[in-house]
Design a protein around this ligand. Sequence first.
Ligand code: ADP
Ligand code: ZN
Ligand code: ZN
Length: 736
Amino acid sequence: MTLQSLNNLPCRIRVAVPVPIYDCFDYQVTEQQYHTVMPGMRVVVPFGRQRCIGVVISKVPHDQPCTFKLRPIEDILDAEALIDAEMLKLLSWAAQYYFAPIGDVIQSALPTKLRQGGSNARSTTVWQVTPSADPFITRSAKQKHAYAVLQSQPHGIDEQQLTQHDIELSTLKALEKKQRVYAEKRPLEILNLPTKLAEPALNANTEQAAVIQQITQHLSNYQAYLLDGVTGSGKTEVYLQVIHAVLKQGKQVLVLVPEIGLTPQTVARFQSRFHCHIVLLHSGLNDSQRLHAWQAAQSGQADIILGTRSAIFTPMPRLGLVILDEEHDLSFKQQETFRYHTRDVALYRAHLAKCPIVLGSATPSIDSLALVQQGKMQHLFLNTRTGDAILPKVHILDAKIAKKVHGLSQVLIGHIQQCLDRQEQVLIFLNRRGYAPVLICESCAWQANCPNCDAHFTLHTQPYVHLHCHHCGTVQTKPKQCPACQHDTLKPIGMGTVKVEEGLKELFPEHDVIRVDRDSTRHVGSLEKIYQKIHQNQPLILLGTQMLAKGHHFSYVTLVAILDIDAGLLSVDFRAPERTAQMITQVSGRAGRGEKNGDVYLQTLRPDHPLLKTLVQFDYRAFAAKTLQERQSACLPPYRYSILIRSEAKTEHDAVNFLKEQAQILTTCSQNSLQIWGPIPAPMQRKAGKYHAHMLLFADHRAHLHYYTQQWWYDMLKTVPKHIKISIDVDPQELN
Ligand code: ADP
Ligand code: ZN
Ligand code: ZN
């Protein structure tokens, strides 16, 4: 007698379908399929009138009652699970914790090609020359080059290597038409590279050695470490030596870095140290590169996975260590749809994998420091810079009293001149690209504002003069005259990097001024050229946005100036001081990394601000200790837990009122266990043509917060009118 007839119930599997719906769906399978299918495999299922590719979450036990009519699956796409049990567990947890539809969450763990139903067979296309006695004659330089390269490679070249050889796929296709080359699918080779060092490790100093010893003594248990090391203290060397210990045990290592931290220098540092299979996972990969990198990780072939945020969801069968560098960085928090924090997901992942996790930073987040206080993380310190380098001295320049030229105070200009005269380099930090943040009419006070946002247009002068909204992307031509009073009195107000660059070139005509921002580095390779120039050890002025603030070594920079910290000092967000202190410390950390000492100048209208005083008299650690106390006495996160509910509608009334009604419902259903701030209009109320409002939910216990929010959220979703969009942000990092 079969199981099926025994219970008189069809065999069922539970599938996560890629739709923005919170539940999984049950489908009918044959008994045969029930035996072969495994959680983590992809299946083709009917959904409404469509078919889609879902991922099996579980087999439904036979004794579970089934009240609705089931539809059968159409196909099973995999012979083995793509997502292992551990990763499924992590994804299910994340979906629940962040109130994200499980289908959406599972998508984030699969490369596009697999989401679309592509095969997980590990093959690659190899191009080879067709044997021929005739010489190949062509006028196309590209074809000539490609043919010559292929001729020189007896085993052909892999599609992954095309860019490296400067060959375009279209060139090969043209050659294929002429029957001069052919393509062949080949299984990817299993590489078993030794894990001996390609380059010897540095001699760890006493502090580094202690930290390395501490971490490596328990490699087979979960333990979280906060590596709190001042800028230039050699954190990367610590990572490398700990990684080596883990590789020696035959395990894989996941290294996560912030979005703009994955520079060629970082990659080179890993590659030159280890003889092992390192794969990169970041947003710059195309679909097939991403698939191959993912497969190398998922199959256990790759030893080190070096990636940005979403790499946290890459399955790795022998994961033995997680490293999250610059753990304070905001790019670890996904700000759309599935709003996870990589740090928190990584902690849980390491816990599931029973392996250590190291969070490193010179400016640890207040959240992580609180975890240390609670005994959930071990605090490790590196207090001194390596070699003879010492931390730079920080000075405050009062911008109120100072006479300014091109936005720079006279005193600062003097210091820059002296620095250049000493043949040293200057770094000027201004986190605002474009020419000027505001364009106004001096006659009638008209301002160039974005029609879709509560925001000024930024005036850009490159590559042509135009107005650009940095919030919604709207672009307009710059009016010649004031549209309100027709006078010729339009004037840019405030400083963007392009304007400061102009001023610096005028002030220091003998020196190079190099601007580094998203606009100046749009072309591939431009950043590389800039770095080459910086490393030539000539006096010059580097001017840039946060692209310059992270990770880089500028050994010859001895003067750092930060022009615009006031916005951060004035913000209403309770996390703004933390971000500002981190930014100042990180930017300052670029100075004096070589043999010479550095100076940092903060130009501000608020020279008496307590945050600045603490940073100048003491350091980030003093600031952090104070901030922890303040948050505790004000009952703010991380001493309380929070969830932000955002609404978006065509009118302010709709956006705010819907939340008002919901706040009442929440108050009732939570029996006053939740505290609710708001609802209020968002700081930028109108953005991209929509009105935004939000409310913040607080509770002393995470479990309470989740419990009551959950009770309300899923019911509420059924009642949201079509014209209102609601989103939820657990542990929000920005109150915007
Ligand atoms: P951090 O990441 O803490 O800012 P890095 O790891 O980038 O610091 O190290 C700063 C510099 O010090 C690098 O140039 C690195 O090569 C060097 N360094 C690190 N550890 C040592 C060591 N033990 N001996 C000599 N130089 C070291
Ligand atoms: Zn006017
Ligand atoms: Zn706009």
